[in-house]
Design a protein around this ligand. Structure first.
Ligand SMILES: Nc1ncnc2c1ncn2[C@@H]1O[C@H](COP(=O)(O)OP(=O)(O)O)[C@@H](O)[C@H]1O
Ligand SMILES: [Mg+2]
Length: 251
């Protein structure tokens, strides 16, 4: 479904990604781990069109997307969350979910001004979808609260709900449990597995190894911009290169 081929990303003299190749097959959960500064967020930025890679290709299905703007990539069916939460803090929880779907609708600007029947029907659909996501992420009773005032764990869940509002085929999660308590983290793991069951592909960056082992079919390890290991959770756990990369960080 997603195929990253030899992607290199340079920022001036810094090589943040060095010939990275990685696959996310349909219906699989793929983990991306590695020490801080390894290039994990940079890779998700490249996939989602926030930064265009210096070299290499990114295929989504049979389409090369590495030069597409972010909104085109969203329309094709890739959605993401951010390591540093990016919600519209002044808007309500519900409004965040409605706005997220904007741009996917068919109604013209003129249609919205004149409130034509097509526009009304579409608005109803947006409300329905938002309502379903609120239920799914247990945010229904907070629908009219200001997003910025929510506790951290709720904001993370709202980010995930918002990413799903565009009905993606591939979901990119950048440290989705950062700041969550253990109970919230475990619930999120269950949620990720349910998404997989519904056929969604997921690429997840995560530091919580218990969660990674709980949800991932395969794991890639990034260190200094390079993939140093790829395999099943058990293969990765026992890989000496991986152990060294993490010990290196602590030492
Ligand atoms: N827009 C940018 N401009 C310059 N350097 C950047 C930019 N984005 C990331 N980097 C650098 O690239 C490296 C990888 O960063 P990042 O992808 O955020 O790592 P990770 O998510 O694995 O912690 C870091 O050295 C970071 O400072
Ligand atoms: Mg990061």
């Amino acid at each position: 479904m997603l195929e990253i081929r030899d992607v290199t990303q340079r920022f001036g003299g810094l090589t943040a990604l060095n010939r990275v190749s990685l696959n996310v097959p349909a219906g699989k959960v793929i983990g991306l781990i590695g020490p801080n500064g390894a290039g994990k967020t940079t890779l998700i930025n490249a996939i989602s069109g926030l930064a265009h890679p210096t070299e290499g290709q990114i295929y989504f299905g049979d389409r090369a997307i590495q030069r597409m703007p972010p909104h085109r990539i969203t329309q094709l069916g890739i959605s993401r969350t951010y390591q540093n939460i990016r919600l519209f803090g002044e808007m309500t929880v519900l409004e965040n979910l409605i706005v997220a779907q904007h741009g996917l609708g068919r109604s013209s600007i003129l249609g919205s001004v004149l409130t034509l029947p097509g526009f009304r029907a579409e608005q109803r659909l947006l409300q329905q979808r938002a309502g379903a996501l609120l239920t799914q992420f247990e945010l229904s009773d907070k629908a009219s609260q200001r997003a910025g005032a929510l506790p951290y764990g709720d904001q993370r869940r709202l980010e995930m709900a918002r990413a799903l509002a565009t009905r993606p085929k591939l979901l990119l999660l950048d440290e989705p449990t950062a700041g969550m308590n253990p109970i919230e983290t475990e619930a999120l793991g269950t949620e990720i597995l349910e998404l997989r069951q519904k056929g969604l592909a997921v690429l997840v960056i995560e530091h919580d190894m218990a969660l990674i082992h709980q949800v991932c079919d395969e794991i890639y390890v990034l260190n200094f911009g390079q993939i140093i290991a790829h395999g099943t959770p058990n293969q990765i756990k026992n890989n000496p290169l991986v152990i060294e990369a993490y010990l290196g960080e602590e030492g």
